[in-house]
Design a protein around this ligand. Structure first.
Ligand SMILES: N[C@@H](CCC(=O)N[C@@H](CS)C(=O)NCC(=O)O)C(=O)O
Length: 208
């Protein structure tokens, strides 16, 4: 039994909820923390997660923050090895795409989301949005090329936690009111993810 602190509309929380649903892990409690819900900006919450962000994962004495670290732990502990391969070469490719999600692919899509959906005053202006759209398009074009090459999923023919990390941002890209480049492999991938009930129930259900 573990606890996930985090609102169900957060992108980084949804990654974790999707993985739980995908592996049929229901023995957990989720607490509504984050923007619009219980505040993360309290001394109690900061003791769990000094970044004052969601998600935070607690299992007994173990506390993990950073959504991709939570994905790795859950997959290694509760899933079969397809989701997070034990073969080091295969695992490195999964890790590579997870790192790319955090450091690169996320930036433009996050800025577009804050500008167009959250309407954060710090994320407005034509120049800001144009730059964000360019960054997002570059990242999604790179992912489209990878998917055209690899098959059904980001790291090959099987779903892995790299898909859990990236799928929410692909969903967000297709949900944002922006002009999108024609990226057929990416569109087919999104359609493929949408056939999964676990993805529908967690990622899609959480909104854009
Ligand atoms: N790198 C962190 C980022 C966490 C993050 O930025 N979380 C956002 C939600 S997606 C957050 O906590 N926002 C403030 C809030 O909801 O109060 C992770 O992957 O867990």
């Amino acid at each position: 039994m573990f606890t996930i602190y985090g609102r169900p509309n957060s992108s980084n929380v949804r990654k974790v909820l999707w993985l739980c649903a995908e592996i049929g892990q229901t023995d957990y409690k989720r607490l509504d923390y984050g923007r619009g819900f219980e505040s993360c900006d309290t001394p109690e919450y900061a003791k769990l997660n000094p970044n004052k962000l969601v998600p935070t994962f607690v299992e007994g004495d173990l506390v993990i923050w950073e959504s991709n670290a939570i994905l790795r732990y859950l997959a290694a502990k509760y899933a079969d090895e397809t989701l997070y391969p034990t073969d080091l070469a295969k695992r490195a490719v999964v890790d590579q795409w997870m790192e790319w999600q955090t450091t690169t692919s996320n930036i433009g899509i996050r800025d577009l989301f804050f500008g167009l959906i959250v309407k954060d005053p710090s994320a407005t202006g034509d120049d800001f949005l144009a730059k964000a759209r360019t960054q997002a398009t570059q990242a999604m074009t790179l992912l489209d090329a990878q998917l055209a090459d690899t098959g059904a999923f980001v790291a090959g023919n099987d779903l892995t936690i790299a898909d859990c990390a990236l799928g929410i941002f692909v969903h967000r890209w297709f949900s944002l009111p922006v002009e999108r480049a024609d990226l057929p492999a990416l569109a087919a991938y999104y359609d493929r993810l949408k056939t999964r009930q676990a993805f529908e129930d967690t990622v899609i259900a959480g909104g854009p």
